[in-house]
Design a protein around this ligand. Structure first.
Ligand code: MEV
Length: 329
């Protein structure tokens, strides 16, 4: 495929994410771990004859944003796409109009659609405009775009979308490290509801500013859990990992981001002899995951379903962003 001048169309896909450890703590400078999940989001791009960005969303809506209006506030369904294009425009001013078509699974299940769409947008738009980005540059620009929309965030979700696999982020703002993980024996259970990440991140930040000593201690403990969990993951010590997972869940409850339904799912998994279970991501809804040996897998699935959970059969540790089905770089 020829890129740049004369190129007709570029498409990219980027994976969603499951935060394994350090949810919320990463926003405040502590380590976290994320794995890329096989729920991919696509963006297709081509040039158009207008000084504008046209976006057709997966819901079928068509938006047109003149280049002169890129800095204005945008409808929520295209905010991440526009923020990504703004990053590219700042790097090399756009000379030709751009049409983007976004797509992905009908339901996100809270598994990271915003970051995946941001990364896929930057990947296609930079190829079409002949801007050569290394994976680390793509990561930094996508993280900046997400921060532009959300105001707060660690970049952990963006790491999964760019690099794929399972990533360890030592500190927000740094480049994540790829973990060498062979398999992840986990089960994902969806709670049935979703809550905006930004509100929960702000809620935790508010709690931290009202009770800095208490909350800093909790976030610091979560960071230490991520460091220990890293070696458990790399060495396949699932029982130890399960214990760390349960401690992390207790700390997330202490931050106030748990819900009754998430707790029911976590306890159902533990009752069915999972090694450990916790919510994943911002909380307030979305998913839990449980580490489970093959011998108890069916019982854990049945336990989650019995309390109203939707068990999603989703592969983890999958490849990051791909352009025209080629791995990035
Ligand atoms: C959201 O998937 C994970 C949080 O830690 C937010 C972030 O890292 O930006 C809650």
């Amino acid at each position: 495929m020829e890129y740049g001048k004369g190129l007709m169309q570029v498409s990219a896909s980027a994976p969603g994410k499951l935060v394994l450890f350090g949810d919320h703590a990463v926003v405040h400078g502590y380590p976290g771990i994320v794995t890329a999940v096989d729920r991919r989001y696509q963006v297709r791009a081509k040039h158009i004859d207008a000084a504008a960005l046209q976006v057709r969303t997966s819901a079928g809506r068509l938006h047109e944003v003149p280049f002169a209006a890129l800095d204005e506030s945008q409808p929520p369904d295209i905010a991440y796409v526009v923020a990504a294009v703004k990053q590219l425009n700042a790097r090399k001013p756009l000379k030709r109009g751009l049409q983007l078509v976004t797509g992905g699974p009908a339901r996100s299940l809270g598994l990271g659609s915003s970051s995946a769409i941001t990364v896929a947008t930057l990947a296609v738009a930079s190829r079409l405009h002949d801007v050569d980005l290394s994976p680390d540059e793509l990561y930094s620009m996508a993280r900046a775009a997400v921060l532009d929309v959300q105001g707060m965030g660690s970049g952990l979700d963006v790491a999964a979308a760019v690099y794929g696999g399972t990533c360890f982020l030592e500190r927000a703002g740094e480049i994540p490290e790829a973990l060498s993980v062979e398999r992840l024996p986990l089960i994902i259970g969806y709670s049935g509801s979703k809550v905006g990440t930004v509100n929960l991140v702000k809620q935790v930040a508010g709690l931290r500013s009202r009770h800095p000593d208490l909350i800093e201690a909790i976030l610091g403990a979560m960071g230490r859990i991520s460091i220990r969990a890293r070696s458990c993951l790399e060495e396949g010590r699932w029982r130890d990992l399960g214990a760390l997972t349960d401690i992390n869940q207790g700390l997330l409850e202490a931050l106030g981001v748990g819900t009754g339904q998430l707790a029911r799912l976590v306890y159902a998994a533990r009752s069915a002899r999972a090694w450990g279970a916790k919510l994943s991501g911002a909380g307030g809804g979305d998913c839990i995951f449980a580490w489970a040996d093959d011998s108890v897998r069916a019982d854990v699935v049945a336990g989650l379903e019995a309390v109203g959970g939707e068990v999603a059969d989703i592969a983890c540790n999958v490849p990051g962003v791909r352009v025209n089905d080629e791995t990035w770089r």
